[in-house]
Structure formats: C-alpha cells, structure tokens
Ligand binder design. Structure first.
Ligand code: ATP
Ligand code: MG
Length: 462
C-alpha cells in the first residue's frame, strides 16, 4: 500500500513516463508496407543486426513517412545492440554524438543512423539524479541511458514517430496508439506536453514543422502549452536552433510553418524581428514571397540556397538600419555595409547562422544598389558577376513586393536576353562613347552616387 502510494507520488518526476504504453501489433495486411519498399541500405543494417542476434527496427520519420505514402528523407534504425556492438558488426560505421551516442552506418554514399533503445533517465524515486541530467528549466542535458523497446517508444516525441517496423516479420509494433493518430492525421505528443517541452523546447518547433509537412492537426492538449513555454527556446543552444530552423525552412512548407510559428508566439528569438517585419505590409509581402518561392522550388525538386533564404528573411532589417544610417549622414554604400554588418552580427548570436553563409548573404545584399545603375559598362559587369543570378532573383522579389518599380525587373529581364547591340541601346543615359568624350572634356566627374556605388561595391567584394 505504502509502496503503491510512493510510486504514485514519484511517478510525476519521471520523464515522459505518464504515457500509457500498450503494445499493439499491426500486421502487413493492415498497414501494407512490405519489406521490398524499404531502402536497401536500411535493410542491410537491420539484416546485419538480426544475423548477429539483435533485434532491429525501422523507426521514426522513415516508418511514419512510408505509412503516409511519402518517400522517407532518411532512415533511422533502433536496436537492442549497444553502440560498440553495432560498430563491431559494420565495417563502415562510426560512433557519433555525446549527448546522444549513436552509430552511423555507411553504404555507398548513404548513411543510416542506428541508435540503441533509450530508457528513462531517472528511477522513480531517484529525484536527485534527475537534476543532474537537466538544467533549471527541466531541459535534458544527457540522454544516454539504454532501455527496452517500450521505454524507447515512450521517450520519443510524438506518437506517430514511435512506430517500429520490423522488416523480418513485416509487422509494426505500436506502443502508444501512433498508428491510429497517423490515420486520424493527429499530431500528439507522448506524455505530459508541458514536461516534454521543458525537457526539450525544440519539440515545439518540431510540432509546427511536422504538422505543416504532414498536413496534420496538432492535438489540442499538445498545442495548449506552446504559447506559454515559447520563451524556453532561448535556453536551447543556438546551433541546435539553427539546425531545426533550417529543417523547417527547407521543409517545402516554410510559409505555413512561419505563419503558424507566429500564431503560436514561437518566432521570438528565432528571427527576433520577424514580427516587426511581418507587421510592415511591405516586409510581410517580401518574406511571404521569398518563402513561397522557396517552397515551390523544393516541391519541384529544384535546389535552394539557404544563404538566399536568410538574405531574404533579414532584408527588411537591413533596409531599416540602412535608412537610419543614411539619415545620420552616412553615404549610401557605407551605410549599407554598416547595416549589413549590424544585422548579421545580431543573427550570429541569436540563431547562430554559420559564418559559411555570410559571403553569399552579403554579396546578394551588396549587389542590390548596382541594379539601379543602368549606364555605361556597369550593367555589363554586373551581369557577368558569378552571383548575378541569385542577386537578380532577389531584386525581382523586391519588385514583386512593391519595394522597387517593376519596370526595373522587366528591364533586367530584357537585358539578359538581348544581344550585345540591343543591350547597348537599352542603356539609360549617355552612351559609353558619348560619355567618354564628355568625361575627357570634364576631366573628372564629381557626380555620382552610381560611380560610388559601383566602386565601393567592387572594393568590398574584392
Ligand atoms: P524528418 O526526418 O522528416 O525531419 P524525423 O521525425 O525523422 O523527421 P529526426 O530528427 O530524423 O526527425 O528524428 C528521428 C526520430 O527521433 C523521430 O521520429 C523521433 O522518434 C525521435 N526524435 C527526434 N527528435 C526528438 C526529440 N527532440 N525528442 C524526442 N524524440 C525525438
Ligand atoms: Mg528522420
């Protein structure tokens, strides 16, 4: 009796353990996923583990996506073998991770992620050890305790992500009614939503991304605490936040994700000024168009550049800082470069946009004033710039959003298609020959924001 009472009291402290697990086996004839639909590398991994005497299942996003008729992005395998045991079976494999140790098994260019079943971090009455694994907000700092398959299911994030597909028997093992949720298009977190978001606030972003990608409804209880717990995202290491944001932006559903993030108050601290930008009609239009065109490209299997996307998301920040600097007397281009540096340095801290994207972002921004110069050799130089295409697409977005006159976009469109003579005729202002004569007589032109634009831009990019 006393034991039962103590058990009840201390159960509250366990991670995710309030989820009620009951194993259901879903046979092939019900779910319809046969072994031959599984990727060869993943099958090689599960077969290798079976032959060595371990159990092995396709889990997570791959099992879920197959059941939804989607092509899995990657394959995860869960097993009762430890990382060292897995490593010993596959010659081309390596153990990775610290907070979460797992094994990458390679076949050709492909990699399958293999993880050992995880268990809960605390024993029911060992409250002290739980604090060693979490920070003061309840965020998990370590997650390397091995456990049973059932425990592994319970520590996953959503019920639809906790299905285990066994390629040998072609059955699905479902402990948390994930199969029913999947069929009902319901995204339901495992355990107490509040506690699960505290353990890992990134789960809130995952909820938004998966609901948009899979066209599912977030269950009411799962959605309820998100607004209140949004500030916890500030405790997540920026590099992890960046990885998750990149997944979201490149999901093919970025626009609906960003709209939903905003509606749930999750955008603060991600793109801190996103709300400010979205409140200005032109800023909102610009970001919306950029996300929409990214989504379209992804759905058509065209490549997208994260640098371009970040340049777009931050552009209205740059614009407003650029205006401010010009008002304080800075010249056009120095003001632009100051605005660019300022915007990027804020984002490095908040979202940890890796510096490898800086060069692309800066070039796209820095080339923008050069589109407004349509005299002399400058358009010819601009069009042969290696980053012309990205900067041109960016300028078209500015036209489409109403920031620039659409005539400018049409002019550049025509200029690209024209032959050399036609291009010469298109130039606005004095022809190069006339200009040379004029400048010889004047010796030196003093004018020209345009000359200054070009020179400074070139100095910066060199
Ligand atoms: P996708 O690959 O489409 O982005 P996914 O669900 O496969 O979606 P992964 O990041 O590959 O996402 O994670 C694989 C699995 O690991 C998930 O399906 C889930 O079971 C588990 N998982 C991932 N992130 C978390 C988390 N933050 N908390 C708990 N479990 C998680
Ligand atoms: Mg995955």
């Amino acid at each position: 009796m006393i034991r039962k009472f103590l058990h009840k009291v201390f159960r509250r402290k366990t991670t995710a353990a309030d989820a009620v697990a009951k194993l259901r086996i879903i046979p092939l004839k019900q779910h319809g996923i046969s072994r031959d639909q599984i990727n060869a590398c993943a099958l090689k991994v599960t077969t290798g583990l079976h032959q060595a005497g371990y159990s092995a299942y396709i889990v997570g996003g791959a099992a879920r996506d197959l059941l939804l008729g989607l092509k899995p992005k990657d394959y995860d395998v869960a097993t009762n073998a430890t990382p060292e045991e897995i490593r010993a079976i596959f010659r081309r494999s390596r153990i990775i991770g610290r907070r979460f140790r797992l094994v990458h098994v390679m076949c050709g260019a492909e990699t399958v992620e293999v993880s050992t079943f995880r268990g809960p971090l605390t024993t029911d009455n060992d409250n002290k050890s739980s604090s060693k694994h979490t920070d003061q907000h309840g965020r998990l700092l370590r997650d390397n305790v091995f456990g049973s398959q059932e425990e592994d299911a319970i520590r996953r994030d959503f019920t639809i992500n906790a299905l285990f597909y066994d390629p040998t028997s072609e059955e699905i093992r479902d402990y948390l009614n994930g199969y029913r949720d999947l069929k009902d298009k319901r995204l339901r977190i495992i355990g107490h939503p509040d506690q699960r978001y505290r353990e890992d606030p990134v789960r809130m972003l995952r909820a938004v991304r998966l609901a948009a990608k899979l066209e599912m409804q977030i269950d009411l209880e799962t959605a309820a605490p998100i607004g209140d717990l949004a500030p916890l995202l500030q405790n997540v290491p920026p590099s992890r936040l960046f990885d998750e944001m990149l997944k979201l932006l490149l999901s093919g559903h970025a626009l609906s994700c960003v709209v939903d993030l905003r509606a749930r108050g999750l955008h603060h601290g991600l793109f801190p000024m996103l709300d400010v930008i979205l409140e200005q009609p032109m800023g909102e239009r610009f970001v919306t168009l950029a996300l929409k065109s990214t989504d379209e490209r992804i759905l058509q299997n065209k490549p997208v550049s994260p640098g371009f996307l970040f340049a777009a998301l931050l552009w209205h920040e740059v614009l407003s800082a650029w205006n401010t600097y010009q008002k304080t007397g800075e010249k056009l281009l120095p003001a632009l470069y100051k605005a660019m540096d300022e915007t990027l340095s804020i984002q490095h801290k908040q979202l940890a946009i890796p510096r490898r994207f800086d060069a692309v972002i800066q070039e796209i921004w820095a080339m923008q004033p050069r589109f407004e110069v349509r005299v002399g050799r400058k358009p010819f130089r601009l069009i042969s710039h290696p980053r012309f295409r990205a900067a041109y697409d960016f300028m078209l977005l500015r036209c489409e959003s109403g920031e620039l006159d659409s005539e400018l976009g049409q002019w550049w469109n025509k200029f690209q298609d024209a032959d050399h003579d036609e291009r010469e005729k298109m130039l606005i202002g004095p022809t190069p020959a006339k200009k040379r004569r004029r400048s010889r007589s004047r010796k030196k032109t003093t004018d020209s924001s345009s000359t200054e634009v070009d020179k400074t831009a070139q100095e910066k990019s060199s």
